[in-house]
Ligand binder design. Structure first.
Ligand SMILES: Cc1cc2nc3c(=O)[nH]c(=O)nc-3n(C[C@H](O)[C@H](O)[C@H](O)COP(=O)(O)O)c2cc1C
Length: 194
């Protein structure tokens, strides 16, 4: 058991590194929700990890479809692949939407105006537009005012994914290694066939 927990600990360290560097393999991941009984996948950026609560976080627009998906069914999956270490993390969890709390306030305050622009556009993500239009506010970057800022913040959220299971797979020429972790009151693990 000890060695498997060490493997898991290493992955938390790698995930944390993913939040720090855009070049890291764990910087982005595939996040999946269920929509009309069909899996919906998209790429998102890993923003924070919290090993103590076995949680991962990303940021998103409250108007986006994934938010509606989560409100209907918060069972989600996340998929990471580090091609340098040849390690795949396949995660199942529960998603929780957070907005207008101490964390979102702090992140919004520290966020570059350039990044805030994505939350200030007139169209809800995925809404139909007659022809291509950039989904940006009328005011250019240098003229962003307090009203634009307030509007952007009202749409800013973070999604917390609380892990239920993690399937760890390491590709290896002498036999792939695969471990199944379960996050309950205690963390359990078992080796499974690859
Ligand atoms: C490299 C990359 C990173 C992305 N990061 C995010 C992100 O952190 N949050 C987000 O909401 N969308 C992100 N997107 C856009 C999503 O993949 C997706 O297109 C968008 O969120 C709409 O998804 P939805 O309609 O399922 O809500 C990213 C896309 C790419 C290609």
């Amino acid at each position: 058991m000890q060695d498997t927990l060490e493997i898991l600990r290493k992955e938390w360290i790698a995930l944390d590194a993913g939040t720090q560097s855009a070049g890291h393999h764990f910087h982005s991941f595939i996040f999946s929700t269920i929509r009309n009984n069909t899996p919906e996948l998209r790429t998102v950026i890993l923003r924070t990890v919290d090993e103590t609560s076995s949680s991962l976080y990303f940021h998103t627009d409250l108007r986006s479809k994934k938010i509606i998906d989560i409100e209907k069914n918060n069972s989600v999956s996340a998929l990471f692949y580090d091609s340098a270490r040849r390690i795949q993390l396949r995660i199942q969890g529960l998603a929780f939407i957070e907005s207008n709390n101490d964390y979102t306030k702090k992140v919004w305050r520290l966020m570059r105006d350039e990044s805030k622009l994505c939350y200030m556009g007139p169209f809800a993500p995925s809404s139909a537009i007659e022809s291509f239009l950039p989904n940006l506010p009328d005011n250019p970057l240098e003229k962003i005012n307090q009203e634009d800022d307030k509007l952007g913040y009202s749409r800013f959220s973070r999604v917390k994914i609380v892990l239920k299971t993690l399937d760890w797979l390491q590709l290896h020429h002498k036999g792939h290694k695969r471990l199944q972790f379960k996050f309950e009151d205690e963390i359990s693990s078992k080796w499974i066939a690859s």
